[in-house]
Structure formats: C-alpha cells, structure tokens
Design a binder for this molecule. Structure first.
Ligand SMILES: *[C@@H]1O[C@H](CO)[C@@H](O)[C@H](O)[C@H]1NC(C)=O
Length: 291
C-alpha cells in the first residue's frame, strides 16, 4: 500500500470516529452575533455587551452526547441587568436545550446561576444557585455532560444539577436530537437582577465576559447525515464503545452525589420542583428524582 492509501484509510477512520477533543476556539466555534463585539487576546476570547449590542458564538457542528466545557470569567464590578449564557440546544419547535445562565448583579452582590432543561420545546424547569466563589475574579469551568442516562451540569467538576432519564416512567428524555453549543451575553434587565428591579447601568458599559479552555468531547453529527444515522453512529455498539456510555458516567459517583447534596443544601436558592405556587401539582420528573 502506498502511504497515500494508508493516509486515506487513517482519515476515513478519523471521520468515522468523529470524536472531537480540542481546546481551540476557531476549530470548534464561530462568532454568530456582533462580530465587532469580540476581541481575541492570545488564548482568550472576550465578548462585550454595550448599549448597541450583545454578542454570541456557536459551535460549528452539532453533537449527540459527550461533554462540553468552557472556562469563563464573568463580567466584573457592576454586572446588574446582564445575562451571560452557556447552553446546548437543538433546532426546531420541539427542541431540547440545556442552559446555564449567569445573572449579573450590582457591585459586590452575588451572581446567580440559573439552569434550565427544555424537552421537546418545553422548559419551565429553572433552578437557581449562588456560587461558592466569586465567578468574576477568575476563570472557572462550566460543563454540560450528556449521555443516554443523564444530563449533568457541573461547576469546576462539581455537579450542581442532574436531569435523569426517566423514560421507564413514561417521561420523555432528550436523546434523539443533535445539539449545538452556544454562548452569548445580552441585556436582560427586565428580569435578571433582583427580579428586574435593578436595571443595567450603561455608564458602566462595556460589560465583558472572557473565555478560554474551549473543549468539546462528543460525537459530532454532520448536517448532511440523517438524524437516525447520527443516532446510530453516536451510540455504542458491539464494534465501538463511547466513553459517555460507560456505566461510570451513567450516574453520579458516590462522591459526586455527596457534592450535589452539599450544593443543594448550601447554595440552591430556587428549585422549580418545590415551587408549589407555580406548580400546584409537582412536575412528574420531580416526583422521581432522588436528590
Ligand atoms: C443580587 O444580590 C441580591 C442581594 O444580595 C440577591 O438577593 C440576589 O439574589 C442577587 N442576584 C441576582 C441575580 O439578583
């Protein structure tokens, strides 16, 4: 065999495996809103919000399962009214979505982290927590782990939320739509800070969120491949075994369960599951989740 044939086989193999593991912004992402609100400083990407515009970026590909991590340093000082979001989402009216939303605050007051899960176009599953560190002082890692068994939101590798697959109880679970990865910063002073009472103070603009450490370890789904084929390709079978299908990532470890309990006991400020005013009947998935 000529070395070109070997190279060809190698490339074909790499395309079949399609596992992406990169830390580079340009390889994985592209700005998709307000390109002039981006700055590149070495390994850092800065995105700014001013009174003219917010900004956002999106992954070049869509993925089924895996783990996505961003390291973010949130807007410092007065960030009231601003929201910085990091999320995964599929397209269409029955889309699935896993959200991290960082709600800014006035100087010295704590950020809130809101998470939400949309399944088949329906959200209303907000949880809110404060953090055990100041997210504006340093970079911290925020990750979404997604497999057939669970969606886990992690902050510096500490799980802060788990959305489990309860299909055996007849509850739909997001696992059949490839998702893109997104981040954006925008003005949401109608609701974000202290219930919308504190407005964005534009004299403190621009508001800047800084990113590094871009990482996506997932099963890449080319647009031109049919959804069913992507599902087949991205599921473990006899011939291939993906790490996200291993039993060890199908549920939290004992240590992680303890971490989640600690977060819930000490840092959770709102959980839709216990909001009886909003949901007189406890949402079905809350009845089965053991926290
Ligand atoms: C902002 O600070 C106030 C006062 O400490 C707090 O009640 C609120 O939860 C904080 N976060 C947001 C996003 O409003």
């Amino acid at each position: 065999m000529s070395k070109w044939v070997i190279l060809g086989v190698f490339i074909a193999f790499a395309l079949v495996i399609s596992c992406v593991n990169s830390s580079r912004f340009d390889e994985l992402y592209q700005p998709n809103w307000a390109l002039d609100h981006f700055t590149y400083e070495g390994e850092l990407i800065k995105m700014k919000l001013d009174k003219y515009s917010g900004a956002g970026f999106s992954s070049k590909s869509k993925y089924l399962f895996g783990k996505v991590t961003l390291q973010i340093k949130l807007v410092g000082g007065d960030s009231a009214g601003t929201v910085t979001a990091f999320y995964m989402s599929s397209d269409g009216p029955y889309h699935n979505e896993f959200d991290f939303e960082f709600l800014g605050n006035t100087t010295g007051e704590p950020y809130l982290v809101q998470t939400n899960v949309y399944v088949n176009g329906v959200g209303n599953r907000e949880q809110r927590l404060n953090l055990w560190f100041d997210p504006t002082k340093d970079f911290h890692s925020y990750s979404i782990l997604w497999n057939q068994r669970q969606v886990v939101f992690l902050v510096d590798e500490t799980p802060v939320r788990v959305h489990s697959n309860l299909e055996h109880k007849g509850i739909p679970y997001p696992k059949d739509q490839a998702m893109g990865v997104y981040s954006s910063i925008w003005n949401a002073d109608d609701w974000a800070t202290q219930g919308g009472r504190v407005k964005t103070d534009w004299s403190h603009a621009p508001f800047i969120a800084t990113y590094k450490g871009f990482e996506i370890k997932g099963c890449e789904c080319p647009d031109k491949v049919a959804a069913v084929d992507n599902m087949k390709r991205c599921s473990s079978g006899r011939d291939k075994r993906y790490w996200w299908d291993e039993p060890t990532v199908g549920e939290l470890s004992l240590h992680q369960s303890h971490q989640l309990l600690w977060v819930r006991a000490n840092h959770m400020v709102y959980d839709y599951c216990s909001d009886t005013a909003r949901f007189p009947t406890t949402p079905v998935e809350c009845q089965h989740h053991h926290h």
